[in-house]
Design a protein around this ligand. Sequence first.
Ligand code: XIL
Length: 297
Amino acid sequence: GTTLGASAAEKGRYFGTAVAAGKLGDSTYTTILNREFDSVTAENEMKMDATEPNQGQFTFTNGDRIVNHAISRGMKVRGHTLAWHSQQPGWMQRMEGSALRSALVNHVNRVASYYRGKIHSWDVVNEAFADGTSGGRRDSNLQRTGNDWIEVAFRTARAADPGAKLCYNDYNTDGINAKSTGIYNMVRDFKARGVPIDCVGFQAHLTNSAPGDFQANLQRFADLGVDVQITELDISGSNQANAYAAVTRACLAVARCTGITVWGIRDSDSWRTGQNPLLFDAAGNKKPAYTAVLNAL
Ligand code: XIL
């Protein structure tokens, strides 16, 4: 293939990017988006603060801009994200306990129901595990409602949109470490108890390289009976092109690695300001990292 999306499709995978609704009027941006990618993730527009800014008042205008752009062009949509400790609306940040649990269930139900039939994969829960060596959950207002909050979110999402794949998504989980093993144990437990989970997302915000056991880590999750996806890939540093190729090859080597999403189009679109971690430069030109990915696909 001559584009990322077409080349990935030849291997039975998708190749996606994060998209900002406010940039869809930028013709350089949209030309690259439409030419190269066959999946999109809303960079911020489907997060809890964006979709429920006031309790019980849901706003889907900006999410819809991205979903409509994608679906009208045959692109997949990854939903990001139904439940997260970060980017909560103020009213939710101030909530605790059973009131917060009810608000969480209502939020997951309303947002997943609104987009029912349009979402390929939902990041149902984002970043719920702690960094470091504990292998346990991150402290948050959601976690303090009870350890079952994650499975409640997944069951609620399944009921609201039975056709969407339901993913757990996190960062610093790309290699085999205490955090990824904590998530591995949760997924194994969910599969054993029939909690609906279909996929695990690996954000892959990297510098210079992926961990040496990246492919082995993807494979151990796949062996639990879930798909794996690279969900927010960006790589800074002088070894960028080689590292992008290695990540691409690792995904292709794992049968259940179903797709790769980069976290933005041009370096100037990246949340990692000044790090130039993406596949296109600020002018929209293909970088060596782009060619490395295309050649690896
Ligand atoms: C980032 C966005 O790219 C920024 O625009 C925003 O200010 C903060 O969030 N992990 C995630 C993403 O799951 O939602 C984050 O996106 C990057 C880290």
